[in-house]
Design a protein around this ligand. Structure first.
Ligand code: FE2
Ligand code: FE2
Length: 231
């Protein structure tokens, strides 16, 4: 078997999903503090949730627009599973919209009611999103590996998630994905871009990510890769 014909390595799907899981928890914890988040913190939390909702929307579009159609073509027996994945995205889409509205409201009004509505929207989102992430990992990703090659997976990933994005956007997403990541997956993630781009992202944008994290989570939340290289 040629290297490019080996089964798709879907590690990156888990990396993306884990980042979503991690920050849903951080948002819930950050909004639930006593006393509640102050002026700058509340805005930073709201802005980050809005950023995450855009990211999640894009993630779903990439799956619906590129990955599922390829699987449907190659594995006609998987229709029911893919119908379920698509229906999940539609349901989650409504929760994303609610979360976006609640975050926007909270950004402009840090009062208890707006904060409670934001927390409720995040809880509703988690209710539909978390089981979906799990079944995508447990059911859809094995089908991907059994059906498409690693070269095809990389082509999709590159087209959907990397190509055409500015370094600044890649850096925002890259540092967000490598946050709290184990060493092996950190290596996989950082090697998706060519070495010169990787160096610029790692060296040039680390401080910006950490400053933004300190603004929303406070200075005591660890936001580097786990067992990663010294910063
Ligand atoms: Fe996914
Ligand atoms: Fe999905």
């Amino acid at each position: 078997m040629m290297a490019r014909d080996k089964p798709a390595d879907t590690t990156m799907m888990g990396v993306v999903h884990d980042a979503l899981r991690r920050d849903l928890i951080r948002l819930k914890d950050g909004l639930g503090t006593t006393p509640p988040p102050g002026d700058d913190r509340h805005k930073a939390l709201a802005e980050h949730a809005e950023w995450m909702m855009n990211f999640l929307d894009d993630h779903h579009h990439g799956e619906d627009g590129g990955l599922w159609p390829l699987l449907r073509e190659r594995a006609p027996h998987a229709g029911a599973l893919l119908d379920r994945m698509t229906a999940d995205h539609q349901r989650i889409g409504a929760a994303i919209e609610q979360t976006r509205l609640a975050a926007e409201h909270y950004r402009m009004d840090s009062g208890d009611d707006a904060r409670a509505q934001f927390l409720a929207a995040l809880a509703t989102l988690a209710e539909s999103l978390l089981p979906h992430l799990r079944s995508e990992e447990d059911e859809a990703m094995p089908l991907v590996s059994a059906t498409i090659t690693d070269a095809e997976w990389k082509q999709w990933d590159n087209r959907q998630n990397i190509r055409g994005k500015s370094i600044s956007k890649l850096a925002d997403e890259g540092h967000w994905l490598m946050d709290d990541l184990d060493r092996d997956r950190y290596e996989t993630l950082t090697h998706l871009v060519p070495a010169p781009v990787r160096v610029v992202i790692l060296k040039g944008y680390r401080r910006r990510y950490r400053t933004n994290c300190a603004r929303r989570w406070g200075p005591h939340v660890f936001v580097g890769p786990r067992n990663g290289p010294a910063s």
